[in-house]
Ligand binder design. Sequence first.
Ligand code: ADP
Ligand code: MG
Length: 272
Amino acid sequence: SEGPLTPAAATAASASAASGQPPMLRARGVRKSFGSLEVLKGIDMDVGTGEVVVLLGPSGSGKSTFLRCINHLEAPDGGSIRVAGELIGYREHKGRVHHLRPREVTRQRRDIGMVFQHFNLFPHQTVLQNVIEAPVGVRRRPKAEAQERAHELLRRVGLSEKAGSYPRQLSGGQQQRVAIARALAMQPKLMLFDEPTSALDPELVGEVLETMRDLVRDGLTMVVVTHEIAFAREAADRVVFMDEGRVLESGPPSVLDRPSNPRTQAFLKRFL
Ligand code: ADP
Ligand code: MG
């Protein structure tokens, strides 16, 4: 079953496309269990620099857990994850690997931006304060510089006028765009989105997807978990289907029209 649309083939193709450089994300055999529940059963995935991968799959298939493993929110039980060539959670030294110390974990995490279904903005801070919090607090950037950059980012997500507003004064779509600006403020190498539009009223989904399309155009490296099939079709370089803790199928967005795996077919039928 090593046809052109298998995970292994797609992985190999994307890895060799990146001229000698390591891919931005390389996951190999990632496994994770919660008690006796095996949630990730060996996930392999490569995402090249500037590539956009949309991760699809039924609820409970392990998509969020996989993203959380990339971002140190969960520790895998097995396998390895590299971001920009660097092993996540471990330090390699003279042929041996050591667990990272907390400060080193913080350093790794700030290169990875994550946007969740629920925006988790700080409610008692203005939009601007939310966006400069991490650059000033974690990256120790001068406040004036962080503010200047924050205004730039708010312009980018179309919220220049809202810098002084509080989250509760914004719509869900606006709050999610602030959350995107906040993640971008750390200048991440890799952006992870976990169902960023799932909690939004339908009429607010479009503005968030439009912001994400802008990021795609800007060449950001992104892994996006979403059920927005139209977004996957137009914005993804590659789509990856997960089910029951495994990658079932992976390939260009045209896979959406001709899935080869019966479980992928069944999953996609729901969106037609
Ligand atoms: P998806 O994002 O694809 O819907 P998840 O990664 O959230 O899937 O969850 C996969 C499975 O792992 C589900 O059965 C979920 O209930 C379970 N799970 C996720 N996180 C935990 C946890 N912290 N403790 C126990 N079970 C969990
Ligand atoms: Mg999820």
